[in-house]
Design a protein around this ligand. Structure first.
Ligand code: NAD
Length: 509
């Protein structure tokens, strides 16, 4: 499939508007965004982003739609999401290929992202019959007390470039079954993926005679600020860098809104003396070079026991020698490009800083040039021996730069794993039960995700996803993350013919 066929299959016009309330695409005069592929540097299409007037129209429509949608029974909302999941199944090949071409991740990973969307739809359908509240025993006779969960209203979803479709689906599928309507502002680096998703869901909404405004799309960075400041949006789910997350968090908290923050990670794998080293190499390499190191859960640090350090780093260097870099749509390649030239600059700058701060490269990095690499976005994955406290190691560099360091005992390894500002994903490779349990204990990893004998990268939709500290503390996707998209109401009903007060207080007239 070439890119024109992909766009055709997904219903994308060359001059698509970037503002939509569902089936309607609104004319809006925001700055022009052009989408270019890091695969070959080709400008794929450009679009007119959303201006303030367009944003206002979207918000009016969304607010109206919420009045209808909140009264649709939750299992019926689930039925819409079930059909959306089926529509994604139909479009999986084309959407997966567009993700791969616009963002630059491998075709397999692009398909995997669409599969995650399908999986979260299935999860949300089941959830639509399980939005359970508790019942409590009242201390007063003839009284019943219980809690129920109500929708919040218009939910804002702001997403990052690296998961251009799945992050939206994790949020929107749950938000919809919970009775909310959504306004999505995708990354300006991957707008076509968002337009494609909006086309897919619009058909489902229309087939069900549902009003405009349940699924809305706005584009352009200016809309990020409008969403942060908009009191009509009680919840913002923000996925992106810690730097921008801080602004979003402060602005939304300033108006007493809620936010779900999914920010940067600095994920480590501890390679213990009791690790299966062959398996650990695969976990470490996939974690560090998959998606060219542009996953929030990418492996950035390896904390290796001193007794296996030389052996393991030699195995690792050998594996790095076999990595094929190139067109991510060619399944023979392991690693595609970085998202853009800016990301390449950040990568080169990180390499410089590693050297300046005393690091030593075991596998050298650099930009890949020559035929097939004309976009200038392809780089070599590299490995540097460092100390955990180096300023550059304490930061998230969103590129395939892997840091290795030595430890002596498990307490030191856990302390090193925790000694960074971020707290997203972590792992230990060990066949020693005591070490594994220590790593998972209250005195172990401080991350939102802690694994044993699996790398840091990726996660299943069934668990709650997110991290602590500068990763923002948000949780989305599985487990009871749905509660973040609803408001809890406690109800007490008196069916007696007296009015007893709580705590035995008497108030006689
Ligand atoms: P980014 O912070 O540059 O942009 C994220 C989104 O925020 C984009 O849509 C952008 O347009 C928007 N934005 C920019 N300024 C804004 C503002 N003032 N107010 C509101 N929105 C604004 O991040 P990125 O480069 O697209 O993505 C990479 C980052 O995202 C990495 O740090 C990565 O770890 C993180 N990430 C985290 C998770 C997670 O679940 N924890 C998942 C994916 C990506």
């Amino acid at each position: 499939m070439n890119i024109n066929e992909i766009l055709n299959k997904l219903g994308i016009e060359p001059d698509n508007s970037g503002t939509s309330t569902g089936s309607k695409w609104l004319a809006s005069k925001g700055a022009v965004i052009s989408s270019s592929s890091p695969v070959n540097g080709q400008v794929i299409a450009s679009l007119q982003s959303t201006d303030a007037a367009g944003y206002e129209k979207v918000m009016e429509q969304a607010s109206q739609a919420f009045l209808h949608w909140r009264k649709v029974p939750a299992p019926k909302r689930g039925e819409m999401v079930r059909q959306f999941g089926d529509a994604l199944r139909e479009h999986k090949d084309a959407l997966g290929a567009l993700v791969s071409f616009e963002m630059g991740k491998s075709l397999q990973e692009g398909m995997g992202e669409v599969q995650e969307m399908i999986d979260i739809c299935d999860f949300a359908v089941g959830l639509s019959r399980q939005l359970y509240g508790l019942t409590m025993h009242s201390e007063r006779p003839g009284h019943r007390m219980y809690e129920q969960w109500h929708p919040l209203g218009v939910v804002g979803i702001i997403s990052a470039f690296n998961f251009p479709v799945a992050v939206w689906a994790w949020n929107t599928a749950l938000a919809w079954v919970c009775g909310n309507v959504c306004v999505w502002k995708p990354s300006s680096k991957t707008p076509l993926c968002a337009i494609a998703c909006q086309h897919i869901v619009a058909k489902v909404l229309k087939a069900n005679d549902l009003p405009e405004g349940i699924s809305n799309l706005v584009t352009g960075n200016a809309c990020g600020t409008l969403i942060n400041e908009d009191k009509r949006i009680p919840l913002i789910s923000f996925t992106g860098s810690t730097r921008v997350g801080k602004v979003v968090s402060a602005t939304v908290a300033g108006r007493f809104g809620r936010s779900i923050l999914e920010l940067g990670g600095n994920n480590a794998i501890v390679i213990s003396a009791s690790a299966d080293l062959e398996m650990s190499v695969i976990g470490a390499v996939f974690g560090a070079v998959g998606t060219a190191g542009q996953r929030c859960t990418s492996t950035r640090r390896l904390i290796i026991h001193e007794s296996v350090y030389d052996d393991f780093t030699a195995k690792l260097a050998k594996a790095y020698g076999q990595i094929k870099i190139g067109d991510p749509l060619d399944e023979n390649n392991h690693m595609g490009p970085l998202i853009d030239q800016g990301a390449v600059e950040d990568y080169l700058n990180a390499i410089e800083q590693v050297k300046q701060q005393g690091g030593r490269f075991l596998v050298e990095g650099g930009v890949v040039n020559g035929p097939g690499f004309e976009s200038g976005c392809y780089v070599k994955p590299c490995i540097a021996e460092v100390k955990n406290h180096y300023a550059i190691v304490q930061e998230e560099t969103f590129a395939p730069v892997l840091y290795v360091m030595k430890y002596k005992d498990i307490a030191e390894a856990i302390a090193m794993q925790n000694d960074v500002p971020q707290g997203l994903s972590s792992a230990i490779m060990t066949l020693n039960l005591r070490e594994a349990e220590q790593f998972l204990s209250a005195a172990g990893s401080d991350c939102g995700i802690a694994n044993v004998n699996i790398g840091t990268s990726g996660a299943e939709i069934g668990g709650a996803f997110g991290g602590e500290k500068e990763t923002g503390g948000g949780r989305e996707s599985g487990s009871d993350a749905w509660k973040g998209y609803m408001r809890r109401q406690t109800n007490t009903i008196n069916y007696s013919n007296t009015l007893p007060l709580a705590q035995g207080i008497k108030f006689d007239l």
